[in-house]
Design a protein around this ligand. Structure first.
Ligand code: ADE
Ligand code: ZN
Length: 340
């Protein structure tokens, strides 16, 4: 028998050793059932579950909206600055074990302000968690504020105004929540203002929505990165354009599987994207809900798609190159990848 070129054990070791940047992570989606219970008790919030097992059993989704309904309900236990701090630090501690060296974190301010939690409470808690993670674990970070696309433009503009005093701690804006029926065009003016404020623009597009939504994200929102982007592959000209412009795609394999965007992890578009010259990356999206953090996502796709050593390294490099890190920091992480 011929020896495999790259054994499963070698693949596992390479992924474990890879210095990882996570570019698509909703901090509210890292709320593990154990912490959900702890915070519900701490804050006297009623939740419709009587055990951690019952919570996990409820995480059975047939589409994005199914998930979002439970995700927004889960957020209701987050009330104080300390809650947001604990949530953020718990994520960083967990991914430190996965070899994450840099994390670009999404949060959904409207998911909190809509239920009476002050924008400043959310910001203070998340930023203090990020700072402690940087100090104690050495994980660098960027913070990206997402607009909920099922809400209106006026609410997004109001959120952008609340963000103004925090511009030194905010790095970008994103667009998330229910995609179909809420095209990027709805937020063209908000994104123009956010870009004028110096915020980096990214958006969820082509997760469930059609290629036309991906085009709108590029043309109308001026996004510099695409979150998911799966359905862009249905349009050859669009795919070529994304490759030519060198846009990074933040792909989330377990999320795609759990939200029925794909039927099997082997159907992840990651390898096809790499083959077409797209700068795809591996991310976890909402790991507490989708059954795995970033390293689990890497292992699952690498096994299912039989990724080569070079493809795994390329995924790692794409994430560092697509990050908002300063050039010197990028170069340092890329050198560490080259040394593997
Ligand atoms: N909010 C949290 N996770 C999301 C996802 N995968 N798509 C859209 N909105 C989200
Ligand atoms: Zn997402």
């Amino acid at each position: 028998m011929t020896q495999p070129r790259f054994s499963p054990a070698e693949r596992r070791a390479l992924i474990d050793a890879l210095p990882k940047a996570e570019l698509h992570l909703h901090i509210e989606g890292s709320l593990e059932p154990e912490l959900l219970f702890e915070l519900a008790k701490r804050n006297g919030v009623e939740i419709p579950y009587d055990s951690v097992e019952a919570v996990r059993a409820a995480y059975d989704f047939s589409n994005l909206q199914d998930f979002l309904d439970i995700y927004y309900q889960g957020m209701s236990v987050l009330r104080t600055e300390r809650d947001f701090h604990d949530l953020t630090l718990a994520y960083l501690e967990r991914v430190h074990a996965d070899g994450v060296v840099h994390a670009e974190i999404f949060f959904d301010p409207q998911g909190h302000t809509e239920r009476g939690i002050a924008f400043d409470t959310v910001m203070k808690g998340i930023t203090s968690g990020l700072d402690e993670g940087q100090r104690r674990l050495g994980i660098s970070h960027r913070l990206i504020m997402c607009f909920l696309r099922h809400l209106d433009e006026e609410s997004a503009f109001a959120t952008l105004e609340q963000a103004r005093p925090w511009l030194d701690r905010l790095d970008g804006v994103g667009l998330d929540s229910s995609e179909v029926g809420h095209p990027p065009s709805k937020f063209e003016r908000v994104f123009a203002e956010a870009r004028a404020m110096g915020l980096f623009p990214t958006a969820h597009a082509g997760e469930e929505g059609p290629p036309a939504y991906v085009r709108e994200a590029l043309d109308l929102l001026g996004v510099k990165r695409l979150d998911h982007g799966n359905r862009a592959l249905e349009d050859a000209a669009l795919t070529e354009r994304i490759a030519r412009e060198g846009l990074v795609l933040t792909v989330c394999p377990f999320s795609n599987l759990k939200l029925c965007v794909i039927d099997d992890i082997a159907d992840s578009p990651l390898k096809t994207m790499l083959d077409k010259g797209l700068k795809a990356t591996v991310n976890s999206d909402d790991p507490a809900y989708f059954g795995g953090y970033i390293a689990d996502n890497y292992h699952a796709v690498a096994d299912a798609l039989d990724l080569s050593r070079e493809e795994i390294l390329q995924l790692g490099r794409n994430a560092i190159e697509g990050s908002l890190l300063a050039p010197a920091e990028r170069a340092r992480h890329l050198a560490a990848i080259d040394a593997l």
